[in-house]
Design a protein around this ligand. Structure first.
Ligand code: NAG
Ligand code: NAG
Ligand code: NAG
Ligand code: NAG
Ligand code: NAG
Ligand code: NAG
Ligand code: NAG
Ligand code: NAG
Ligand code: NAG
Ligand code: NAG
Length: 820
């Protein structure tokens, strides 16, 4: 009876097809011996997905693929013949009666086949496109699954699709990136389930040591990396049994189109389609910051993205190679201060809120309790640490490590999936005897986050957010006033008058640490007043230190601090006023860039270089600026460049046309590797930034967000390419017209490239730069700049370089970036 019904459906289906032919929109099935030709498509029942032939712009290659029916521009989720494009437009798709989908060229040559294996003889196979995006071939009679596209993932992870390992067949469900946006053949990245030890997801790059560990599932997220289990849009799950090991995600509200993609650059991103915005919104960008580089801080090192420097050792551990550690090469990690020996005994110390170490060398039992786990670890000499496998609800499971613990980071702020780990330590009593006063701490050392440029100068400033009583402040101020005749102290009254009581009309901008106002002094003269917000974390002592410190910096290429005002709750810095805004205002604006001709630009390059020489070696203080960029170069009425923001954070924020970008970067945080660069004290990092700046001035292009139709390099890569090809002049900004002098331009490009060399040792000092710009002496030919995305070694400055931004911001709007 049932069989008859099925047959009926089958014949009706055929009939329907015959009647409606390809005009039918609801057709989701291909029957045996039926062909699908170029231009025909099948569409899933609810018109979510569509399958058919397609080719990319400017290409005659033909592919069979699945895409979203209603999303424009077309977004492909799966491509059948990734490696073997069809060359002639009259190719066809056919389901043979053995249950194989075949792509046949005109000459009837088979170009691609699904190679279905589970075929039962005497079956009647049909291929159907489901609303999940899965193309299934099943036996129409028994409904047995013969083949499904979900078993052959491409670069897109759709809800319901598995990433993992089929233990029975040995098949991997892994994602592989495309080569480029319009070449679906297998690119260089793979997301896969690594089943050594406790299974965890990895993002690996072929033929390169580059890898990122997404981590293992702990019930709430991928341990400390992504608490993505809690989003109300989607849930992840993890299955581990004798048959298979996989992760999968599913939507809670199934109406939103959601996909995770491993893009050609190797970034793993979660997008949700916005029906209103008609755009793929980026929801999750895991693995974006320096701490996500595998083993960034080495064994027993903890990476904390908000710290400067980002790496620290576990309590009780110290850098293995202190010299390298101090110059920001953390790859060798830390070692225990005390060697573990059986005689001394051991203790377990608990560390919290972490992404737990690589579990490749681990042992697990998912039903043990933590106590049992401790016993396992305590009684095994090679065990170095233990933790729970599952932290959802009642924590459970046992995971023990042997050997060194690597690739540990502090869970990003707001991420709930951070975990506790118990590390085996030499008996504390012994340590105490050796080092009296060492106290046990169960949490990580708190290094307060460094906010961009706030911590600077050679002072090791710590940012306590306390304020002393006003009377005490005054006493301090008065005392310092006597010591420092250069600095003028303004009364609150004066400042109020000058700025019309901080009138909104006078406001120049709002920075992280307060607003900046323009003011006119009663005796004449324009000033810029930076009013530190009351919630600013800056303490009075630090404020004092900075004021005195900056006041001593006097150079025509540095913005001049005129004085300060400290009264009551108010703390203000008074700077000279810069009428011509900042360099980026001219450089990166289509119209304004015309206003800045080559002689002026060359003057600016020279001025910045001299300002930096002063900061680096001529001033008594030897200051590393650390945040050199176009928006921090202010211009006076004669277009002389003045370096700003070397004292206090975020001065003249308004001039930064990137204010919003800053916000995004702050939120994305992780995208911008400049973060990791903070706190790396090297003069050569300023030199690098200077090099970027020079190339930006010459080209009129921002390094960040630079794109070129021919390649994927950033500005530095582009400049390097042109330089090597012997046509550096092609870098010159078209807005310069004919105003440029070839020799000066070429010299500037040479200097720029020399400054951005990958190896900091090769970069010239700022004084050699000035010499060379002055025509004295020559620099050797530059070597390759550090513009890569792969870091073999945590370079001191390579972070700045990754402005070949991991996510192409141009292509997506980032409306909500979650906790990380
Ligand atoms: C499909 O075609 C083959 C050969 O052309 C034929 O032998 C077979 O019976 C056909 N199957 C169906 C279901 O029409
Ligand atoms: C694509 O073709 C158009 C017109 O034929 C051409 O202008 C464009 O440069 C081509 N793009 C690429 C990337 O080849
Ligand atoms: C990914 O899976 C495919 C198919 O199972 C397999 O051939 C390939 O080796 C896997 N890649 C990696 C890096 O494991
Ligand atoms: C699902 O999404 C639709 C449209 O975005 C919304 O109207 C609906 O309330 C959502 N349902 C749930 C359960 O969140
Ligand atoms: C895991 O631990 C439980 C509880 O201690 C025990 O009953 C079970 O045999 C263990 N399983 C394995 C595979 O060791
Ligand atoms: C100790 O742990 C190591 C690594 O997990 C394991 O290979 C070894 O069998 C364990 N030894 C004992 C006695 O359980
Ligand atoms: C300045 O403005 C504040 C509030 O905005 C007000 O309390 C104060 O009296 C004003 N001072 C003067 C001198 O106008
Ligand atoms: C440049 O000026 C033109 C003409 O005044 C104007 O239409 C255009 O919007 C300006 N472009 C920018 C980026 O401001
Ligand atoms: C720079 O400022 C001066 C004085 O405000 C003004 O005269 C000049 O036009 C400005 N230059 C540019 C390029 O805007
Ligand atoms: C502070 C602490 O936990 N101390 C313990 C360290 O381990 C020894 C035995 O190995 C215990 O006796 C201590 O109490």
């Amino acid at each position: 009876m049932e069989h008859r019904n099925m047959c009926l459906i089958y014949w009706c289906g055929l009939l329907l097809i015959l009647i409606t032919d390809s005009t039918s929109a609801a057709r989701d099935t291909i029957f045996p011996n039926q062909t699908l030709k170029n231009g025909d498509t099948i569409v899933s029942a609810n018109e979510i997905f569509e399958l058919g032939f397609f080719s990319f712009k400017n290409s005659s290659f033909l592919y069979l693929g699945i895409w979203y029916k209603k999303v424009s521009p077309r977004t492909y989720v799966w491509v059948a013949n990734r490696e073997v494009p069809l060359l002639d437009a009259s190719s066809i798709l056919k389901l043979n009666d053995k249950g194989d989908l075949q792509l046949l060229s005109v000459s009837n040559t088979q170009v691609w086949t699904s190679q279905s294996t589970k075929l039962v003889t005497n079956s009647s196979p049909v291929a159907q496109l489901l609303d999940s995006g899965n193309l299934v071939i099943r036996d129409d009679i028994s409904s047995n699954l013969i083949w499904q596209s979900f078993d052959h993932p491409g670069d897109t992870w759709l809800p319901g699709m598995k990433i993992g390992v089929d233990r029975l067949t040995g098949r991997n469900w892994n994602l592989t990136s495309w080569k480029t946006d319009d070449n679906p053949s297998v690119g260089s990245n793979t997301v896969l389930m690594n089943t050594n030890g406790y299974p965890q997801l990895y993002n690996m790059r072929h033929e390169s040591s580059f890898q990122q560990r997404i981590g293992y599932w702990n019930g709430l997220g991928f341990s400390g990396a992504l608490g993505i289990g809690l989003k109300n849009l989607y849930t992840f799950d993890f299955v581990l049994n004798e048959k298979e090991i996989y992760s999968r995600f599913s939507l809670i509200n199934s109406t939103s189109l959601t996909r995770m993609i491993l893009n050609p650059e190797g970034n793993f991103l979660l997008f949700v389609w916005s029906d209103t915005g008609h755009i793929w919104q980026l929801y999750l960008a895991p693995l974006m910051d320096a701490c996500d580089q595998y083993g960034f801080c080495g064994p027993y090192g903890i990476c904390s993205i908000n710290n400067a420097p980002p790496c620290s050792c576990f309590e009780g551990f110290e850098p293995k190679l202190p010299e390298e550690w101090s110059v920001a090469d953390w790859s060798n990690g830390c070692k225990s201060k005390m060697y573990l020996t059986p005689e001394k005994g051991h203790n377990f110390t608990k560390f919290s809120n972490l992404k737990l170490p690589d579990s490749q060398n681990s042992w697990f039992n998912r039903s043990m309790s933590l106590e049992e786990c401790e016993n396992v670890c305590a009684s095994n000499v090679s065990c170095t640490a233990f933790a729970n496998t599952n932290i959802r609800g009642v924590k459970s499971g046992c995971l023990t490590w042997s050997g060194e613990l690597t690739d540990i980071r502090e869970a990003p702020q707001g991420d709930v999936s951070g975990q506790d780990i118990y590390i085996k330590m030499a008996n504390l009593k012994v340590i105490r005897e050796l080092k009296p006063g060492t106290k046990k701490k169960s949490h990580l050392k708190v290094i307060l986050p460094i906010v961009s440029t706030v911590v600077m100068l050679s002072f090791a400033l710590t940012l306590y957010s306390w304020r002393k009583k006003n009377s005490y402040n005054k006493a301090l101020v008065n005392k310092d006033q006597k010591q420092d005749p250069d600095l003028r102290y303004f009364s609150l009254n004066e400042v109020v008058k000058a700025t019309s009581n901080f009138s909104i009309n006078n406001k120049l901008g709002q920075g992280g640490f307060g607003a900046v106002y323009k003011g006119v002094l009663e005796e004449g003269g324009e000033i810029a007043v930076k009013r530190l917000s009351k919630t600013s974390k800056q303490g009075i002592v630090e404020f004092q230190n900075e004021v005195i410190c900056i006041a001593k910096l006097q150079h025509r290429n540095l913005v001049k601090l005129l004085g300060c005002c400290v009264q009551g709750e108010e703390m203000m810095l008074i700077y000279e006023y810069m009428p011509n805004k900042s360099l980026d205002f001219f450089l990166f604006d289509e119209n304004n860039s015309m206003l800045l001709d080559w002689p002026q630009r060359y003057h600016i390059i020279n001025g910045i270089a001299r300002g930096l020489v002063y900061l680096h070696q001529d001033s008594r203080l030897r200051i590393i600026h650390r945040d050199l960029k176009a928006s921090n170069i202010l211009l006076d009425s004669n277009m002389n460049p003045k370096i700003s923001d070397f004292g206090l954070a975020r001065m003249f924020k308004e001039y930064e046309t990137e204010a919003n970008t800053n916000h995004v970067v702050g939120t994305l945080g992780y995208i911008s590797p400049e973060y990791a660069a903070n706190g790396l004290f090297s003069l050569k990092s300023d030199v690098f930034s200077f090099g970027v700046l020079v190339l930006e001035i010459v080209s009129g292009k921002k390094n960040r967000g630079f794109s070129h139709q021919d390649h994927h390099d950033n500005l530095l890569g582009h400049a390097w390419r042109l330089y090597k090809e012997g046509k550096p002049h092609e870098l010159v900004d078209v807005a310069l017209g004919d105003s440029w002098t070839a020799s000066e331009v070429l010299q500037s490009i040479h200097v720029g490239l020399s400054c951005v060399q990958q190896n900091a040792d090769y970069r010239p000092s700022m004084s050699s730069v000035v010499h060379m710009l002055g025509g004295e002496g020559a620099l050797p030919p530059p070597k390759q700049p550090g513009f890569l995305t792969e870091m073999t070694k945590p370079e001191v400055d390579s972070t700045l370089i990754m402005s070949k931004s991991p996510v192409s911001i141009n292509k997506v709007t980032i409306t909500q970036l979650d906790a990380r």
